[in-house]
Design a binder for this molecule. Sequence first.
Ligand SMILES: Nc1ncnc2c1ncn2[C@@H]1O[C@H](COP(=O)(O)OP(=O)(O)OP(=O)(O)O)[C@@H](O)[C@H]1O
Ligand SMILES: [Mg+2]
Length: 283
Amino acid sequence: MTGQENANAPQSLPKVAPLLQFRNVWVEYGEKVVLERVNLEIPAGAFVSVVGPSGAGKSTFLRLILGQEAPSRGTVLFDGARMAAECGPDRGVVFQRYSVFPHLTVIGNVLFGLECAAAPVLGRLFGARRRAALAEADAMLDAVGLSSARDQYPAQLSGGMQQRLALAQALVKHPRVLLLDEPFGALDPGIRVDMHELVTGLWRDHGLTVVMVTHDIGEAFKLGTRVLAFDKRRHDPHAPQRYGATATYDVPLLRKTGDARMANVTQNTAGPAAASDHPAESA
Ligand SMILES: Nc1ncnc2c1ncn2[C@@H]1O[C@H](COP(=O)(O)OP(=O)(O)OP(=O)(O)O)[C@@H](O)[C@H]1O
Ligand SMILES: [Mg+2]
């Protein structure tokens, strides 16, 4: 290597391994290919919005990260290690509906996750440990603005409040990755805006990595530091199940004071989706 080459070498910080890596990941059910050739890296701190047509495999992609689904080919790495084939406390999830337990009160729902993690056999804590867990659950309810509904049941809450509760329940276990599957899809537009502010604040305050599926393109660009689009690159009209979807677009975004602004668009015509190296994702 010449001195000139050294002088031109980037003076960047040591490269940190991405939190999530997808290496040639496929998901197949028998003859049906759902996802194919997914090659992606997601650094810690990213807010990745995932869009794409219905059936493109967006929820399947989330289930891979959650550990609910194993790839039929390829590898998913979490923090450099092969993903365990089970859901772990380092990943929290919120669905469009039904993420909370209807028979538990608001505080009971948040406490439940903590008690299960701390006392997996009995599912209950006692004495000082229970008081500490209650204090933590109450703080989480405060963070999502639900303290006043502490002793109500989910059926007594509005849709937006239920989703706040689902967020509190997911976050009280201090996950590193928060997975959101159309979390605001069933909410009125005004409520959605409130939820956007809430989730942006939680992402920042808790140093989370977020992967959010949405059908709302505006929401994807407003909230994300990066937008991934999943779609099929190849179609066989005689055998529609033959080819799966992959990340066809990978759009890193600049995000300052809550505003998202498109920086450039990568169309993945050559296979692997480009890993975003946007500063917002490594901050
Ligand atoms: N266990 C399974 N067995 C067979 N096919 C499955 C299974 N799970 C999912 N699929 C198929 O995988 C494809 C992708 O499903 P997925 O739920 O990931 O799509 P999606 O992009 O989330 O769609 P939507 O936007 O409607 O939620 C669908 O065609 C679905 O029928
Ligand atoms: Mg889905």
